[in-house]
Write a protein that binds this ligand. Structure first.
Ligand code: GLN
Length: 458
């Protein structure tokens, strides 16, 4: 198929189903033109990338010059960026065709996409259920065949948990492996951009495109990365599972029966293919969620200070001083979860409380990194269920922040340690027939190992 055909097919699919799903905040009016130019270049004999001409959905946290970038917030409604995020620029260079911007929790804070200022996304498997979050739009678009590939961002699980509840594949690369330039910052020490797809190989191909050093991002690694697509292809035969040491974390509890049963059956498959399953201990995981919900708000409150009614987006039309305008703008522009975290973060960082909250959380972060170092001295990868339950009902946890935060218990440790993680489907829950994902974690820099192992299980 030509790129124009593929792009048109996805635009048609969006027109047919997105009224119900609401995965997109914006559809790219220039998509067909971009597709046509790829077809012309190919017809003229130009050697193009394997993904050239393939449509790509882009999470609205990533800035784009030709489409608004709002991070699903009212404070950035209609905001046009003067530059493309590096991952978007690299995708365009490889010939991928941006299809549109996908819905998310406002500023990527949430686990259900219900905190979007533009209304929730619905899970294509059951429209009454959440598609996960914060990147529910990207995952739902891929699950509903509105896009073959998508970009997401993962600060505490926002790529991997939506993948789990939508039956898709999502990858959080090693911290610094993919540029954060042009990714509207949530928590800079935790944020990573990564791929969402229906197969492991597709994520690997996209990761190859978006990864690598970027001088615009001070935390970008200069590592020479192997080809992730080659790793996925190598893994596909299943040979790599022979003798592979897979760690199961003794201290991770609290998964529903449907999720746990699916996980256990995936572990049996790994063993049947020759993997050796080992129990490991990560005694500090139980503090990970608490530490994360101090570090994240602290960093987020600082990152969101730039929305001051002067430099970006919304400005409230009220009389008074600069401070009056700023405070009216932030009151009108930020939603409830964002306000909650700004208050939490400024409190945790305030004089007299800094050591007790932020300081302790940073110590826990170091202990979790040590838990991983100890574990990876014994095993090649760690396997966990990706999240406590299958997709829950829209509205179910909206008024209970702690229940919402508890969704992230299996995904957060990887962000705190900077290590790579992947979620891929492990089947459907016998309880409710909804998708379940298994998560693999590997040591820092070992993203290729995740693709090899996941492709073998897939
Ligand atoms: N659910 C987590 C949170 O609300 C994850 C967010 C993310 O990864 N962007 O912070």
């Amino acid at each position: 198929v030509s790129s124009v055909e593929a792009t048109q097919a996805h635009l048609d699919r969006i027109a047919a189903v997105d009224g119900d799903i609401h995965a997109f905040l914006h559809v790219n009016q220039g998509a067909l033109d971009a597709a046509r130019s790829i077809d012309e270049r190919r017809a003229s004999g130009e050697e193009l990338h394997e993904l050239a001409g393939v449509p790509l959905a882009v999470k609205d946290v990533l800035v784009t010059t030709d489409m608004p970038s709002t991070s699903a917030s009212k404070i950035l409604e209609g905001y046009m960026s003067p530059y493309d995020a590096t991952v978007v620029a690299k995708s365009r260079e490889a010939g991928l065709v941006p299809l549109g911007k996908t819905n998310m929790d406002e500023f990527a804070m949430g686990s259900s996409t219900e905190f979007s200022a533009y209304g929730p996304t619905h899970n294509p498997w059951d429209l009454d259920r959440i598609p996960g979050g914060s990147g529910g739009g990207s995952a739902a678009a891929v699950a509903a065949f509105e896009a073959p590939l998508a970009l997401g961002s993962d600060t505490g699980g926002s790529i991997r948990q939506p993948a789990h509840v939508t039956g898709t594949v999502g990858v959080k690369p090693t911290y610094g492996g993919v540029s954060r330039y042009g990714s509207i910052a949530l928590a800079s020490s935790l944020d990573q951009v990564g791929p969402v797809s229906r197969t492991v190989l597709d994520s690997a191909l996209l990761h190859d495109v978006i990864g690598g050093h970027d001088p615009h991002d001070a935390t970008s690694l200069t590592t020479e990365w192997p080809s992730f697509a080659a790793a996925a292809r190598e893994g596909a035969s299943g040979e790599v599972l022979k003798g592979l040491k897979v760690g199961l974390v003794k201290e991770l509890h609290g998964f529903s029966k449907g999720v746990d049963d699916s996980f256990q059956s995936a572990v049996k498959k790994l063993e049947a293919a020759g993997a050796e399953v080992v129990e490991i201990s990560a005694p500090h995981f139980k503090y990970a969620t608490a530490a994360y919900y101090l570090i994240l708000p602290a960093e987020a409150s600082s990152n969101l200070a730039k929305f001051d009614s002067v430099r970006f987006g919304l400005r409230a039309d009220v009389p008074g001083t600069v401070e009056d305008v700023m405070s009216a703008t932030r009151d009108a522009g930020f939603g409830p979860e964002v306000k909650r975290r700004i208050i939490l973060g400024t409190y945790a960082l305030s004089a007299g409380y800094y050591d007790a909250y932020y300081g302790s959380a940073q110590k826990v972060r170091t202990l979790i990194q040590q838990d991983f170092a100890n574990a990876f001295a014994q095993v090649d990868v760690i396997a966990t269920p990706a999240a406590p339950t299958t997709a829950f009902k829209l509205g179910e946890k909206l008024d209970d922040p702690l229940a919402m935060y508890a969704n992230d218990l299996a995904t957060i440790p990887a962000n705190l340690a900077g290590i790579p993680g992947i979620t891929l489907p492990s089947g459907l829950s016998a309880e409710d027939g909804l998708p379940v994902g298994i998560q693999f974690l590997a040591p820092i820099y070992e993203d290729a190992r995740l693709y090899r192992v996941s492709a073998a299980l897939e």
